[in-house]
Write a protein that binds this ligand. Structure first.
Ligand code: 6R9
Length: 695
């Protein structure tokens, strides 16, 4: 185990890092005071907004940031002390870290030895503070007029009943529970119920296929599965239970059989009679959970006990089980939520992400509820019944903070301003963006049209691995540049390094790394600490490597430039090219596949697949469709290739390595930028591929 190998950060290192780093951020004060930039590149915050903001100026930020870097223990222990700890972490032991593989196993620990519970902090603590009658969740269904509200007082007993049920069926501390649910209130509720009893939830996005679900079940071997029978998304009915049944029979064939499949009857979508059922394994939520007591003793867990596993795509191999622990994640998600959205107790907050992704974990469920916020949970599709739905919801609940993804902004922008202007949107105060770089034109539309040039935009850069925001604007604190995620959050030391791992100071671009640990960092990849080190800590010794490219401008602003590995970002969803390739080659008529990302107007990136067929098989429209179907079946509809390009041969080096660089250029039709093709084993395949563009 990696325990005990941690090295306490020396204050000398912290000082050096911070002094060096502060130079990059100091320049924002200059912009603010001298207005050296033109309105073209910079959007200044409204002075009124700033004066009421939690962080009102670059100087306020720099003071807090400086402290967070020079005295991380003091900074974070002050923040953490606002939560309930059944037992505090030992004095002097706020954190320990080793990010340097040359000094031993990578290890990150925060508040170790402290006992707490994140569900208790999100619900019981807020109720004790007098928020019991405050709305915790506004639930908005797929269809207009379908809605529900839950106060903190109403949510807690429901969470307790489910927690008691789970305990009763044998789920105990440390056991995994897979949750495969759409955006019903029961989804965050199930996460909280697991956390209450110390169980480790693994939410699988309900758009994943049976095979992807089975793969995750086989990896984490849950004691129970929580799902529902069906869901309506837009005008489509999706039978989730059938998908779960298929996944469970696949996992059973591989020796993994969860004891129960707790199924919520989502009767507005489908009646229970129409649901396939396996006696002994399947249980209706409504028949059993409400019979349990409405209070449930909290399982106090160590700050370093696991809270959840969330699978995400990497550049190679099977999905990785990103493991987050309890204490640091709790403190970090709550604090980032508060500052990056300038949260006030009167806010009504809506994040359009699904809880199946990290954004839904940190900023639908935990971050907001830990702050005692009111959260809108939306089951449906943002363009159903029409493209005005988001603003209809904003007006209906008087949403003040609206957090979404650039892909949605672009698609609503394409649909036209009329849908937006039909609604008042007066309640909006802060906007947010996540998932991929937001292009300046989408930023400006979001700012000017949706926010009536009134609301700052928090373009939050972070990852499944980071647990919470890493580089993000603090609304009102400093001028914004459309498309830039701006500056690091408190306690985060981002650096840009070159190919050799040398830090680039001042203006420049390269690979984005983080130089220190922060409370919300993931601790390992489930069951594979070696892959954790290899993927994230070995590329640049001493640093966490994000996989993203980044540049820093003359004013110290950070501009994320996208993935530098083989991860494709489709509508903000991470898809490994290797995963799509492996789905394609499992098709009996596909011999080889090479998948690259291409620019896509709405989705940010689209999937472009080159396929080589088995000898003698002719390429046809029918085959094209069945190849795409194979990917939908194995991963999910969201990973379906946008384009299949028949490739009798692929450009390979003499050692047999596929030259993706060339394929990317062919896919994006940048033929004058193909570069040197002479090192290819067979340079003629390039011309052949170009000839086959529209076949
Ligand atoms: C939270 C989340 C992480 C990857 C990340 C990067 C991209 C996310 C971004 C952004 C530019 C932003 N990304 N937010 N790029 N600006 N504001 O999306 O997690 O699904 O793990 O994806 O998404 O490429 O590396 P995850």
């Amino acid at each position: 185990s990696c325990l005990g190998l941690g090295r306490r950060i020396s204050s000398k290192k912290a000082m050096n890092s911070s002094e060096h780093h502060l130079r990059h951020v100091q320049s924002i004060s200059a912009i603010h005071s001298t207005s050296s930039c033109t309105e073209d590149e910079v959007v200044f915050p409204d002075p009124n907004f700033s004066s009421n903001a939690l962080v009102s100026s670059p100087t306020d930020y720099l003071d807090m940031y400086r402290r967070s870097i020079q005295d991380p223990s003091g900074f974070w222990s002050d923040v953490a002390s606002r939560f309930h700890w059944e037992r505090k972490w030992p004095a002097g032991g706020v954190f320990s870290e080793n990010l340097d593989v040359s000094k031993g196993a990578v290890s990150i620990e925060w508040f170790k030895g402290g006992l707490t519970n994140i569900c208790y902090n999100a619900l019981d603590r807020n109720i004790q503070a007098g928020l019991g009658d405050k709305i915790a969740v506004y639930w908005e269904g797929n269809d207009l007029g379908q809605d529900a509200t839950f106060t903190y007082n109403q949510l807690l007993p429901k969470v307790c009943q489910l927690a008691n049920y789970l305990r009763d069926v044998g789920v105990s501390k440390g056991d995994a529970v897979v949750i495969y649910l759409p955006m019903l209130t029961e989804l965050p509720l199930a996460m909280l119920a697991c956390a209450r009893i110390g169980a480790v939830h693994s939410v699988v996005f309900a758009g994943f296929s049976a095979e992807s679900l089975a793969q995750r079940i086989m990896d984490c071997k849950p004691k129970a599965i929580i799902t529902c029978n069906a869901v309506r998304r837009g005008s489509k009915l999706i039978n989730l239970k059938d998908i779960v049944d298929a996944a469970l029979s696949e996992s059973a064939n591989n020796g993994v059989s969860p004891a129960v499949c707790l199924t919520y009857e989502n009767h507005s979508a489908m009646k229970r009679d129409a649901t396939n059922w396996k006696q002994g394994r399947d249980v209706w939520w409504q028949d059993s959970v409400p019979n349990y007591p409405t209070s449930c003793a909290v399982e106090w867990v160590d700050a370093e006990d696991p809270l959840f596993l969330l699978y995400t795509s990497g550049s190679t191999g099977k999905p990785k089980g990103v493991l987050h622990t309890t204490g640091g994640y709790m403190v970090y998600t709550a604090t980032t939520f508060k500052y990056a959205f300038d949260y006030k107790p009167t806010d009504i907050y809506w994040c359009t992400a699904d809880c199946g992704w990290i954004t839904g974990h940190s900023y639908v469920t935990y971050g907001p509820l830990l702050n005692g916020a009111t959260v809108v949970v939306f089951e449906g599709a943002p363009n159903y019944p029409d493209s005005g739905r988001c603003w209809d919801i904003v007006d209906k609940y008087k949403v003040t903070i609206f957090y979404t993804a650039p892909t949605l902004v672009r698609s609503l922008m394409r649909d036209g301003d009329e849908y937006v202007k039909r609604y008042s949107r007066k309640s909006l105060r802060v906007l947010g963006s996540v998932g991929e770089p937001i292009n300046p034109s989408a930023w400006r539309w979001f700012f000017n049209v949706v926010g009536d040039a009134r609301c700052p935009i928090s373009d939050t850069w972070w990852q499944t691995e980071t647990g919470g925001f890493m580089i993000t604007p603090l609304p009102g604190a400093w001028p914004q540049k459309p498309g830039s995620a701006t500056f690091p959050f408190f306690g985060v030391l981002p650096v840009i390094v070159d190919e050799k791992g040398v830090e680039i100071e001042g203006e420049g671009s390269g690979y984005l790394c983080i130089k220190n640990s922060w409370p919300g960092a993931f601790r390992t990849l489930y069951g594979d600490h070696e892959r954790y080190e290899t993927t994230y800590f070995k590329p640049f010794t001493g640093y966490y490597f994000s996989g993203d490219g980044c540049s820093r401008d003359k004013d110290g602003y950070h501009w994320l430039t996208g993935r530098v590995d083989d991860v494709i970002n489709v509508s903000g969803h991470r898809i490994g090219s290797a995963e799509v390739e492996s789905a394609l080659v499992s098709h009996p008529q596909c011999a080889e596949a090479a998948v690259v990302g291409i620019e896509h107007e709405i989705k940010g990136q689209g999937i472009y697949a080159f396929v080589t067929l088995v000898e003698g098989v002719p390429y046809s429209e029918e085959l094209r469709k069945s190849l795409i179907l194979e990917v939908r079946k194995q991963i999910g509809a969201f990973a379906a290739p946008d384009k299949i390009h028949w490739a009798p041969g692929l450009p390979k080096t003499r050692s047999g390595k596929i030259m993706r660089r060339i394929l990317r250029k062919i896919a994006s039709r940048q033929l004058d930028e193909l570069g040197d093709t002479s090192t290819l084993a067979d340079p003629s395949v390039v011309d052949q591929l170009i000839d086959l563009y529209d076949s």
